[in-house]
Design a protein around this ligand. Structure first.
Ligand code: IPE
Ligand code: IPE
Ligand code: MG
Length: 238
């Protein structure tokens, strides 16, 4: 099972307690570690976390730099933990505008975990669904010009290979916390048939128990993929 999480509500969590927003982000990062640890026993094989959107650069400069500091610290402190737990890490998004030292840490982590296969962790950092599609089209266009790829060969399967999530299954479930009911540019291509689940909990309050409840709710949903109901019943019963 592949789950994507839009981790929202850190700022509100901090404001409710009279703390600066950066404190909420720190609490949110602690939650990330707990949630990752709980995944294998919940049957989650791939987890995609939305950490920073292409739109988040528009926030106040001090908030952006506190988030970058947090990513830097997180990558440093969790590095060995990730490598030693058979986790394969993939970063989704446009890496170009990120600070060079963070980018180096990201590349090192991806390289060191490339052969791991116990659990797949995607971290969407400077990620936007539209940006991903545009970057993919650019790569595809380059191949049209330089390789013997023909326009008629372009189809959904081929296009998938140009996305940041190339080779991965689409998310079965997208969870968004903090009561907002939108995708905010998260995995636009890949969420075509994902189930969407909205939790009122602010991200720093979203425990592994909340994740477990979300999965139970997901298991009660009927996915139809455009088929007529009778076919769905057959699929479920066989
Ligand atoms: C989500 O929490 C974290 C990021 C977007 C990086 P927010 O910072 O959006 O928290 P709210 O929505 O302001 O409460
Ligand atoms: C989405 O949250 C991005 C991340 C969780 C990283 P936002 O808080 O940025 O989304 P909007 O602005 O409420 O749509
Ligand atoms: Mg928000």
């Amino acid at each position: 099972m592949h789950i994507g999480i839009i981790m929202d509500g850190n700022g509100r969590w901090a404001a409710n307690k009279g703390f600066p927003r950066s404190f909420g982000h720190r609490k949110g990062a602690k939650r990330v570690s707990e949630i990752i640890k709980s995944c294998p026993e919940l049957g989650i094989r791939t987890l995609t976390l939305y950490a920073f959107s292409t739109e988040n650069w528009s926030r106040a400069a001090h908030e952006v730099s506190s988030l970058m500091r947090l990513f830097r610290g997180y990558l440093q402190t969790k590095y060995l933990d990730i490598i030693n737990n058979n986790v394969k890490v993939k970063f989704l998004g446009d890496t170009n505008p990120l600070p060079t030292d963070i980018l180096k840490q990201m590349q090192k982590l991806e390289f060191q975990t490339k052969d791991n296969d116990g659990f797949y962790l995607n971290i969407a950092l400077n990620y936007g669904g539209r940006d991903e599609i545009v970057r993919s089209i650019r790569k595809l266009a380059k191949d049209l010009l330089s390789k013997d790829l023909k326009i008629d060969q372009i189809n959904e399967n081929l296009f998938h290979n140009y996305l940041d999530t190339a080779g991965q299954s689409d998310p079965d479930l997208i969870i968004r916390t903090a009561g907002e009911k939108r995708l905010s540019n998260f995995l636009l291509w890949q969420t075509t048939y994902s189930e969407l689940l909205f939790s009122e909990k602010l991200w720093p309050d979203f425990t592994p128990e909340c994740l477990k409840k979300s999965i139970l709710e997901f298991q009660n949903r009927t996915r139809k993929f455009g088929l007529e109901t009778s076919k769905i019943e057959k699929l479920i019963n066989h």
